[in-house]
Design a protein around this ligand. Structure first.
Ligand SMILES: Cc1cc2nc3c(=O)[nH]c(=O)nc-3n(C[C@H](O)[C@H](O)[C@H](O)COP(=O)(O)OP(=O)(O)OC[C@H]3O[C@@H](n4cnc5c(N)ncnc54)[C@H](O)[C@@H]3O)c2cc1C
Length: 380
């Protein structure tokens, strides 16, 4: 394996997206994926929300750029993304959230995210299936949805069409460091792959293990853990009660129209690992809890059957709920990006563009500075 400029570990939207960005700029790229493209958080049931509404303030500049990139991404990569700009509502049921809503509208507007408060009458005219308890909503017309599995596969295909080498079923067990540089990686098959310029770790939760096992300063530990976000698809309903991407100010709820007259329900409810099988499984109380939140907001969903539940895609989360994107400490030729906390999808096109600039030019882009490891102190 010679003439590789960049080695990317992980074939989710970040690894595949970065491979495409680098390949289209004429770089030689090798991407190693432990399983198959989109077998992690970037694949699976339903669609992902492409949302600025309610996002951490430090992510808003990334989302503003992502808004520019999503609409013609399919055309640029010559493949499907399933992107649709349906608009996003952040529902408000309590005075305490109504009071802070103008500040959220102001902040999002200030960061270039078109946002406005929609009052009760207009909101219920738009979404007649909403509970009377919903008193207002923060509306972002540029929010939307995308087909994550299709997009990730399209990005990988586009990268491959431009000459990027993609190897599936190739798990990196260990990163080899010598003289302050990454010099190679060892795969689970025992193969050693030499590294040319840089290694970019886009392995989501897998990054944590690889960094912990790094032969630098006894390994690098991050304030990060893994979780299994739950997604559910109802059976087809007579009337899908929402046309937009819907989130909520205080309920753990994200809800959108699904395929074939179904409704997709999520919002941060979690699966767990079954101790007997060691495999991820859904938890009945989490399914019921998520459904109850959906019915509280859309009473017409009462009694609806759940056709499919999935809680088998690991997602990493940092203690402060925003990503960690930085150089790998102690080596001069490594970067990593992880801890997307269940909202890494929407910003991906903007982040991979910046990551590509970073690896090629060597300078940390300003928009990525808030996500540095340094925010946790100097000793990591
Ligand atoms: C159920 C669910 C719902 C979500 N909803 C939204 C949403 O509505 N909006 C939003 O913005 N975000 C959402 N997200 C978050 C978003 O999907 C993720 O943040 C994003 O897909 C992460 O992409 P990634 O490429 O970093 O990780 P992944 O897609 O997990 O890819 C990492 C890849 O690395 C591979 N890998 C791991 N270790 C190794 C190794 N040692 N060697 C080789 N390969 C390795 C894995 O097999 C995997 O394929 C959701 C996530 C989940 C799970």
């Amino acid at each position: 394996m010679t003439n590789i400029d960049y080695l990317i570990i992980g074939g989710g939207v970040y690894g595949a997206g970065l491979a495409w960005e680098l390949a289209r700029q004429g770089r030689e790229v090798l991407l190693l994926e432990a399983n198959t493209i989109a077998s992690g958080a970037s694949g699976g049931l339903g669609q992902r929300g492409v949302r600025a509404n309610g996002r951490d303030i430090r992510e808003l500049p990334l989302m503003r750029r992502a808004y520019e990139l999503w609409p013609d991404l399919a055309e640029r990569i010559g493949g499907e993304t399933g992107y649709a700009r349906v608009g996003g509502l952040h529902l408000i049921e309590r005075d305490r959230e109504l009071v802070s809503a103008p500040a959220q509208v102001w902040t999002q507007e200030r960061f270039g995210i078109p946002t406005r408060l929609v009052e009760r009458a207009e909101l219920h005219h738009w979404e007649p299936g909403l509970s009377e308890a919903v008193m207002a909503a923060i509306f972002c017309p540029k929010d939307g949805v995308a087909d994550h599995t299709a997009t990730t596969r399209s990005l990988a295909q586009a990268a491959s069409n431009l000459g990027a080498q993609i190897r599936e079923g190739c798990r990196v067990e260990r990163i080899e460091v010598s003289g302050g540089r990454i010099v190679g990686v060892i795969t689970s098959a025992g193969e050693r792959i030499a590294v040319g310029q840089d290694v970019i770790l886009c392995a989501n939760g897998g990054a944590t293990d690889l960094l912990a096992g790094l032969g630098v300063g006894g390994g690098i530990r991050l304030p990060v853990w893994q979780r299994l976000p739950q997604v559910m698809l109802t059976e087809p309903v007579a009337h899908v009660p929402m046309t937009r991407l819907v989130g909520h100010a205080h309920r753990r709820l994200s809800i959108k129209a699904g395929p074939g007259g179904r409704v997709m329900i999520s919002g941060g409810w979690l699966g767990r690992v079954d101790p007997a099988s060691g495999l991820p499984v859904a938890v009945a109380s989490e399914v019921q809890g998520n459904l109850a939140e959906a019915v509280a907001v859309y009473p017409g969903l009462a009694g609806v059957g759940i056709e499919e539940v999935s809680a088998d895609r690991w997602e990493s989360q940092a203690i402060d709920g925003i990503p960690i994107i930085d150089r790998i400490p102690g080596v001069e030729n490594g970067l990593f990006a992880t801890a997307w906390a269940g909202h890494g999808w929407a910003i991906a096109p903007a982040v991979v563009e910046l990551l590509a600039d970073w690896v090629m030019a060597g300078d940390q882009p300003d928009l990525l500075r808030p996500f540095s490891l340094g925010r946790f102190g100097a000793s990591i």
